[in-house]
Ligand binder design. Structure first.
Ligand SMILES: Cc1ncc(COP(=O)(O)O)c(C=O)c1O
Length: 316
């Protein structure tokens, strides 16, 4: 048994599941063999606890570290920021700098709200959308995080999430009153969306990734946009995985369809915790009326790392 596996055995006694992220579980890759823990990583290379070097074939930190591990340009800026202090009572000007960059890239967006993880940003986006619109139910396509509104899709039909990314998710611990608030549809299948947009479903929000495994066919995205317009729905693009991977910004820029809100995470900070919701002022400003707040949302490493990452992308 390798050192990583021995450590994982100990971890499972004190950390439920051994580690915190479903898609990093050793059991998903090579049970009993997976190195599990890293000593160091640089570029696309990673060393396990026995100092054995691997090429990272498992997605560069679940697609977050697009510039490679320990990118010198990003790390230099982060180190400088840490030495000046990270979280203080005052704000970091890097927050505004990053907001301006995102609005500049996505000219349809007027405001930005930052948080730390992708799932958290999806939670915020849905709160803002539900604060703005009377119709509270959600049409969704794809994976959007671990939280109650997403998992509640499996309350009335335990298979609702099966074809979206992760089969077999249990809605354990989710308030049963949330049942029948989430309605799945499928990518490139406009009829699956039309079918659920009926009055009794009370759908006010569509959330989806602009692209997942295949390109939009037969004007799929344009048709989603026009259904949203026709039915007065808020359209949210979850760009947590697609953003900054193929182009400088959200993939929707390349695909030629703008949402009302878009969500970014992962590659935007090259592995440092930062996520963002960008969107139309009338919806974003609902953040002043509902209650959304976290002490850690203003720590500055995330902003500094994202500004550096975006500068690096732009130069590349
Ligand atoms: C499209 C999409 N939305 C949301 C999430 C959740 O993001 P996070 O794992 O940072 O909470 C992911 C993560 O894989 C994702 O791919």
């Amino acid at each position: 048994m390798n050192k990583g596996q021995r450590l994982l055995k100990q971890a499972k006694k004190i950390l439920p599941g051994g580690n915190q992220l479903l898609s990093k579980r050793a059991e998903m890759f090579a049970p009993n063999l997976w190195p599990t823990y890293f000593l160091k990583a640089k570029g696309c290379e990673i060393w396990d606890l026995e100092n054995k070097k691997y090429l990272d074939f498992a997605g560069m930190g679940v697609t977050a570290c697009l510039l490679g591990y320990a990118n010198e340009y990003v790390n230099k800026k982060v180190k400088l920021a840490i030495d000046k202090a990270n979280l203080t009572t005052l704000n970091s000007e890097d927050e505004i700098k990053l907001a301006k960059k995102l609005i500049n890239i996505h000219r349809w967006a007027e405001m930005v709200k930052f948080c730390k993880s992708g799932g958290e940003a999806c939670l915020v986006a849905i709160r803002l959308a539900r604060s703005y619109i009377d119709k509270q139910n959600i049409a969704f396509c794809g994976y959007h995080g671990w939280h109650d509104w997403y998992l509640s899709a499996n309350l009335n039909n335990t298979g609702n999430l099966d074809k979206q990314l992760l089969p077999g998710l249990k809605a354990l611990g989710v308030n049963k009153n949330f049942a029948k608030t989430m309605f799945p549809f499928f990518y490139n299948d406009i009829s699956s969306l039309k079918k659920i947009l009926v009055k009794k479903n009370n759908i006010g929000i569509i959330i989806m990734e602009p692209m997942k495994f295949s390109k939009p066919k037969k004007n799929f995205l344009k048709k989603v946009r026009s259904l949203a317009n026709k039915n007065n729905l808020i359209l949210i693009f979850d760009e947590i995985t697609s953003g900054f991977h193929n182009n400088y910004g959200g993939l929707h820029l390349t695909l030629g369809v703008n949402p009302d809100l878009a969500i970014f995470g992962k590659a935007m900070g090259n592995g440092y915790p930062i996520s963002a919701i960008i969107g139309k002022k009338k919806i974003m400003n609902k953040a002043n009326e509902t209650f959304i707040s976290s002490t850690m949302w203003t720590e500055q490493i995330g902003f500094v790392a994202a500004n550096a990452t975006l500068e690096f992308f732009k130069k590349a």
